[in-house]
Design a protein around this ligand. Structure first.
Ligand SMILES: Cc1cc2nc3c(=O)[nH]c(=O)nc-3n(C[C@H](O)[C@H](O)[C@H](O)COP(=O)(O)O)c2cc1C
Length: 260
């Protein structure tokens, strides 16, 4: 028991919570009192704290802070939501590999569930991204349209990965049902032998997507739950900024505060 307990997070170390997670799960588990403090009210995120009036620099600033935070192991881990054309949503984690004014890039298998939902003109080429940096009490939501990256760029990145990851990408028909783990191990061994002295060719279905943002929301949590939310969105044609609700940004963006 003591060995088991040392792997539990400190937040669930009260006797009551240990009881909840170790008891027989035949009834619902009541976790209503799991609640963490966020930021104090004198650490609010105000408009004057924006480092830029356009969202990419603001993203970069918060991302850099997340990178410097020792307790955030993968600041580039993000949740990406996609949906079928009929509107059935699904989300999963991926790793952001590049960002800049032309978009946010990640790599995957085009034949996977997310891949087939995004592939242009077949399904629904829009996605939502979400970063959550728990130790900073911050999250960022991004929405935008999605395009495949060029084959050349994908091939360059593919060959920059460790050989074991290249082999794994060839082995895995991502999101398909497979008979066993052994199925993967057998294929992996086969390809390790085949490409022992040669470059692994990038599988046709493996590649990257780029999300071109149309909105960003910067969220910072408050213990009182009076959270801060500042959203940037692309300015609509002929839109007038009243500087009360909608504020003029830069590079074609406006920003506004959302109720928490
Ligand atoms: C932290 C983390 C990072 C991940 N990064 C990637 C990634 O960059 N690309 C990817 O295809 N899957 C990645 N995965 C696996 C996906 O979450 C998911 O299992 C896989 O892409 C299949 O999703 P789909 O069936 O919805 O297409 C990652 C998972 C985690 C937890």
């Amino acid at each position: 028991m003591a060995n088991f307990l040392k792997f539990l997070r400190p937040a669930i170390f009260s006797e009551k919570k240990i009881f909840l997670i170790t008891k027989n799960m035949t009834s619902n588990v009541d976790i209503k009192d799991m609640r963490q403090p966020y930021k104090h009210k004198n650490e609010a995120f105000l408009e004057e704290h924006l480092v830029s009036r356009e969202p990419f620099k603001q993203f970069e600033s918060w991302f850099n802070e997340a990178c410097k935070c020792e307790t955030i192991i993968e600041p580039n881990a993000m949740c990406i939501a996609t949906s079928t054309r009929e509107g059935m949503p699904a989300c999963r984690m991926v790793l952001l590999k590049e960002f800049g004014k032309n978009g946010f890039k990640f790599f995957t298998n085009y034949g996977s569930r997310k891949g087939s939902e995004l592939v242009i003109s077949v399904e629904n080429p829009f996605a939502a991204l979400m970063f959550y940096w728990e130790p900073l009490n911050r999250s960022i939501r991004i929405e935008g349209s999605v395009q495949k990256m060029s084959v050349e760029e994908c091939t360059d990145y593919f060959h920059s990965r460790p050989k074991s990851s290249q082999i794994a990408a060839c082995v895995s028909p991502q999101s398909e049902v497979i008979p066993s783990r052994q199925f993967l191990i057998d294929r992996e061994l086969e390809l390790l032998n085949k490409y022992a002295h040669d470059q692994v060719p990038k599988p046709e279905k493996w590649g990257g997507f780029i999300v071109a943002p149309t909105s960003f929301e910067f969220w910072q949590g408050q213990t009182t739950r009076m959270h801060d939310r500042i959203r940037f969105r692309l300015k609509k044609d002929e839109e007038i900024c009243d500087n009360v609700l909608v504020h003029e940004g830069e590079d074609g963006w406006v920003y506004e505060r959302l109720a928490p």
